[in-house]
Design a protein around this ligand. Sequence first.
Ligand code: NDP
Ligand code: X2W
Length: 304
Amino acid sequence: MNARIFIDGEAGTTGLGIAARLADHPGVERVSLPPDERKDPAAKKALLASVDIMILCLPDDAARESVAMAAALGDKGPRILDASTAHRVAPGWTYGFPELAKDQPEAIRTARLVSNPGCYATGAIALLRPLVDAGLARPDHPFAINAVSGYSGGGKQMIADYEGGGGPAFEIYGLGLEHKHVAEIQRYGRLERRPIFVPSVGDFARGMLVCAPLFLDDLPGKPKGADLDAALAAHYAGSKFVKMAPAEAAGKIEPQSLNGSNVLELRVFANEARRHAILVAKLDNLGKGASGAALQNLELMLGR
Ligand SMILES: NC(=O)C1=CN([C@@H]2O[C@H](COP(=O)(O)OP(=O)(O)OC[C@H]3O[C@@H](n4cnc5c(N)ncnc54)[C@H](OP(=O)(O)O)[C@@H]3O)[C@@H](O)[C@H]2O)C=CC1
Ligand SMILES: CC(=O)N[C@@H](CCC(=O)OP(=O)(O)O)C(=O)O
């Protein structure tokens, strides 16, 4: 029997991306509300009782409302995959980054409530968690992370601003040091110390780079760049979507080459003479950073 899937927020950037990925998807029947009822709580409530999995692609407050609506149905309510920030570090929710640890795919497969990771958080956790797990970085290491995203990361409003000619070529933001992704980076990166996170956005639609600079002599055992590369390679050996890539000799990297895919590439740029390294993650913010990751989680929730 086909699984009945409802995308709440299907008219938004992430929702449209998931809907496109689910078109003609085997074993899945997508159910929708008529456009004029998509924000009508009564219509939503009536639909939920007949849905197997609800995917939330909503602003945080609306996501919380939909979760409460499903919870009111008890066991008859759908399982939930939430793409918003609302539940990523909430008790009872399973973090939907299957590559986090060996047992994470099974945890996602059996969970009722799964949170889809943030786009920046995906890159940062992918780089840092294996180093902490391998003892190559202490959990209390003072990490700083900087990143750049395409403007689609800001959803419909930012897309409209940029495509209407209203966005700057480049801007750094989050300078209040309270970005919404820091909590999940800290929790799932296993970081005891809150990292400093500096995001930025550029005048291109999609694509993302997340960077973590490191002083190699500040790490336990004073590793070489190659040791960091080997630890990341060991963690992601056999992974379908997270891949190690060689650091470009030219010492530069652009953010858009993975657009349209669910691949996350990791690189270690190192200068052994200076004992400096920069870890770089590249992903499509709408792919492995949002809709692609959601599809990967949905497949696991469907037992595939
Ligand atoms: N864009 C990205 O790169 C990523 C986004 N996310 C997260 O996904 C979620 C959605 O983001 P994004 O797709 O970018 O946002 P958008 O602004 O593009 O889309 C949000 C959609 O939700 C709809 N909506 C708002 N309230 C309700 C409601 N009560 N019931 C039904 N629909 C509602 C909006 O309707 P209307 O069309 O009328 O405005 C809109 O279509 C957010 O929580 C975001 O943080 C996660 C990862 C990456
Ligand atoms: C460029 C831009 O504005 N990006 C968004 C993050 C993208 C996003 O929506 O992140 P979630 O996965 O947490 O939903 C921001 O910094 O708020």
